[in-house]
Design a protein around this ligand. Structure first.
Ligand code: ATP
Ligand code: MG
Length: 413
């Protein structure tokens, strides 16, 4: 690939995360290529090539199922940030899209992401001290940190993500603004934040990422209602629940099992949903409408910050809405629940609630046994459960606190 561009007379390098991961001895997720050929010129070299993007055109070269992204060297403008579209200095964006390799290096975020690998002679082109930072395990932004964060606030999330993923230290000057500039994330389109949230929480380092995000006050910008429910809790449960949920996700990712954004968001938003549903129930709503209404309210507010496509929010809400049905263990209902298409996810969610101490472990155990046993035993289990109607749910005891805007109503206490 790089040879083809070379023999056509162009410079070309591997760049970005692929080079970083190679030099760290990690398996690169993908490779990006940077070249001095324009996208049109790249297309002339590769038949299996498509140009994408309107403002900044990129060439996607297809090799079987793999796609290699080939980008022409660019100068300071960056397509990814919302802020940098505002041509603050009145500079005409169009005029200087393309640049030299050196300019291309300087527009990147961290020194360790600004390394160019020349496969011709296996040399690494390093304009910014990235090799040294890589060796020392340091994340350092190019240029003035605050300016770079203001240009594109998503870089704050990237700092956290790479620190969590690589186990790197964020250099002091780059770390300080993280505590102060979090609110800039409010100007980032929710759809872009959704992408970043997935990268933060679905790459096997969700728990680390979560802890760091909270440390810098960035989690509150992404999930304000969740942060509220964690911050005001005088009780370990909610944080335990989120921690366990994220830890489970990490284990699944590392084992190569599928994880879905629906389950992830169900975990992240559960505490505010649960509290609100409790309030609706206290004011007389039956369990299902209470949960539906709470799920709806919390989701609507959340979408202002981080978007969540319908194909994920629908199953997420189903996971929540199914929870109360696990309490109904008499008659035909348990059998019916078992055949529900979302049973598995809802049951995994139930286990998490039990592990975190929100509900009685007995209930989760019952469902575990119920699935595993044969039809006859199932009948017996249902009969036993049916004797006194629904088994009383054990309530966690909560200390009452003076009610604030969102009173927690420990219904049943
Ligand atoms: P990952 O392994 O997660 O893909 P990555 O470093 O490859 O990490 P990408 O989002 O794929 O991250 O971006 C590729 C490269 O583009 C980065 O290495 C960096 O050089 C540059 N880049 C990406 N996002 C930004 C940004 N917001 N600001 C500046 N440069 C960026
Ligand atoms: Mg990448």
């Amino acid at each position: 690939m790089l040879y083809r561009l070379k023999s056509a007379g162009y410079q070309s390098y591997l760049v970005g995360g692929g080079v970083r991961d190679l030099l760290l001895g990690r398996e690169p997720k993908d490779f990006d290529v940077a070249t001095d050929a324009t996208p049109e010129q790249v297309r002339e070299v590769f038949r299996n090539c498509r140009l994408i993007g309107r403002r900044f055109r990129l060439a996607h070269v297809h090799f079987g199922r793999d796609i290699i992204e080939v980008a022409t060297f660019r100068s300071m403008q960056d397509e990814s940030g919302p802020g940098d579209r505002e041509s603050e200095n009145g500079m005409l964006v169009r005029d200087n899209i393309y640049g030299t390799i050196e300019e291309d290096a300087l527009r990147r975020d961290f020194t360790i992401n600004a390394l160019y690998y020349n496969i011709e002679d296996f040399s690494v082109v390093d304009y910014a001290g990235g090799v040294k930072d890589l060796e020392q395990g340091v994340l350092r932004l190019l240029g003035d940190p605050e300016t770079r964060y203001r240009e594109d606030p998503v870089r704050m999330l990237r700092a956290v993500r790479f620190a969590a993923k690589l186990g790197f230290m964020i250099n002091e000057a780059c770390e300080k603004p993280l505590f102060e500039l979090g609110s800039l994330l409010q100007s980032v389109p929710p759809a872009r934040l959704f992408e970043e949230v997935l990268k933060l929480f679905m790459a096997g380092v969700a728990l680390h990422s979560f802890e760091k995000l909270r440390h810098y006050g960035l989690f509150a910008e992404l999930f304000p209602a969740t942060e509220e429910s964690l911050a005001h809790e005088d009780h370990e449960f909610p944080i335990t629940f989120v921690n366990r949920g994220l830890h489970n996700t990490d284990l699944r990712v590392r084992e190569g099992k599928p994880v879905t954004p629906a389950f992830l968001f169900a975990v992240l938003l559960w505490e505010p949903v649960r509290l609100l549903a409790e309030r609706y129930r206290a004011s007389g709503e039956p369990p299902l409408p209470a949960m539906q209404q709470a799920g709806n309210d919390v989701l609507m507010a959340q979408l202002d910050r981080v978007s969540l496509p319908k194909r994920f929010s629908l199953p997420m809400r189903e996971i929540w809405n199914l929870q109360h049905r696990f309490e109904q263990r008499a008659g035909k209902r348990p059998h019916r629940l078992l055949t529900h298409p979302r049973f598995r996810a809802a049951y995994d969610f139930l286990l998490l609630r039990a592990e975190a101490g929100e509900i009685d472990a007995e209930l989760a155990d019952w469902w575990t046994r119920f699935q595993e046993c044969d039809g006859e035993t199932r009948g017996q289990m249902v009969n036993q459960a049916g004797n006194g109607g629904e088994l009383p749910k054990k309530r966690r005891r909560r200390r009452k606190r003076p009610s604030r805007s969102a009173p927690r109503t420990p219904s049943g206490d």
